[in-house]
Design a binder for this molecule. Structure first.
Ligand code: SAH
Length: 393
């Protein structure tokens, strides 16, 4: 057992949330005087009961994140075992792609660490001081479990600031030249590491892309709003649909166009446009254009609870216009990737918008983040992406 300790206050304030891996600053009574920021400490109750081992960052409100509830050493072997377990699960659940999330932070019992695999490249995000300090154990453990993969670090998430960390982006071990080709079903795209959002691709939407593609009929007209690099649109176009896809970022759209060319899809079948979603929907509605399908996959409007009302009016406006632009029996997929905008919120705002648009709706599917982004119900923050597929009448 590590000698350095963090002692919890007496319950209720100091009790750990059952099954959760976070310990807040105000739950701590005392920390060993010689403990260093980022170091792994044993969490003890006041009466001396061992509760687990967690790394400590006095700078963050979430002062400790639990790595294990056992009295075990956190070394390279520890990380390797966690990686093997996580990979084994993905081997059983991920299909039709060579790009998937290998480690999903808290949901894989490794708070603060994200590892995504893109063919033979791992993209790692070290989001907390504790994980940053363990890099020297984590990198060799990854190399052992993935001997054929290079490793690119993409630690540029804004949350690092709250941990007192600067950005760190670049190759840890480079094994490939230039671009890496990945695929989702028969759609191929070239990854250039260090570019694009997140680790490069919205892997969490993969299963929903496949689901919707399977329901699309050739020649249907689809509007993909907030399309990013065309994750949904490329699948729809491959299914024979005619797609208009919009995103407000120019660089994102130019990469989407590169993917379209690589997949030999014509600009007539799939048209990408740089546009603000709110303005474009208004314009399309005015023009009287109708669609068989509309996808609304906005960014996380809400990082804090306090922004909820703004998000509500944003969603309402988008949904109202979308419902009005659907052909009879048309389908609408709407998503929320913000933890605070939950299923209930999404359903309520969808129903309110449908009512204002004078449409009746039924649910064809409940959707969520892909299975390689597991959900731990005791850590509700791990359930962030949810969606509904509605049909109007
Ligand atoms: N559906 C995509 C992921 C969408 S992420 C996929 O499956 O890959 C959200 C996208 O919305 C981002 O690409 C972002 O650039 C874009 N975006 C943000 N605000 C926007 C706005 N006001 N209008 C249009 N696009 C916007």
């Amino acid at each position: 057992m590590t000698k350095k300790q963090a002692i919890l206050k007496r319950p209720p304030q100091g009790s750990l949330r059952y099954g959760h891996s976070w310990v807040y600053r105000n739950q701590l009574k005392e920390i060993s005087a010689d403990a260093e920021p980022g170091e792994i400490l044993s969490i003890m109750t006041e009466s001396g009961k061992f509760m687990g081992k967690a790394y400590w960052n006095p700078k963050s409100q979430i002062s400790m994140r639990i790595l294990t509830r056992r009295e075990e050493t956190v070394d390279e072997v520890f990380f390797r075992a966690r990686f093997e377990k996580a990979l084994d699960f993905r081997k059983k659940t991920v299909t039709d792609t060579n790009a998937f999330r290998v480690i999903s932070s808290e949901a894989d019992d490794l708070p603060g660490l994200i590892v995504d695999r893109y063919a033979d490249v791992l993209v790692a995000q070290f989001l907390t001081l504790g994980m940053e300090k363990n890099k020297a154990l984590i990198v060799p453990a990854l190399q052992e479990v993935f001997p054929d993969c290079g490793i690119f670090e993409r630690s540029d998430a804004s949350s690092r600031e709250m941990e007192g960390l600067k950005e760190s982006v670049g190759w840890i071990e480079k094994k490939c030249a230039g671009e890496t080709l990945i695929h989702e079903k028969d759609v191929e795209f070239a990854m250039r590491f260090g570019e694009g959002h997140k680790t490069g691709w919205y892997l969490d939407q993969r299963e929903n892309r496949f689901l919707l593609r399977g329901m699309v009929t050739p020649d249907e007209e689809i509007l993909d709003v907030f399309c990013y690099e065309g994750g949904f649109s490329l699948q729809f176009a491959k299914a024979g649909a005619r797609v208009l896809a919009i995103d407000s970022q120019k660089d994102v759209i130019s990469r989407a166009e590169e993917h379209r060319t690589r997949n030999k899809i014509s600009p007539e079948a799939l048209h990408f446009e740089v546009a603000n979603a709110f303005e474009k929907l208004k314009e399309l509605e005015k023009s009287g254009r109708k669609f068989d399908w509309i996808v609304l996959d906005p960014p996380s409007f809400v990082k804090q609870k306090s922004a909820l009302s703004g998000a509500l009016s944003g969603y309402k406006e988008l949904l109202l216009r979308a419902f009005k632009m659907l052909k009879p029996e048309g389908k609408l997929a709407v998503f929320s990737c913000a933890y605070y905008l939950d299923d209930h919120f999404l359903m309520q705002v969808s129903m309110a918008a449908a009512q204002d648009a004078k449409r009746l709706i039924k649910i064809l599917k409940f959707m969520k983040q892909a299975s390689d982004h597991p959900i731990n119900p005791f850590i509700p923050e791990t359930y962030y992406l949810k969606g509904y597929l509605f049909q109007v009448s």
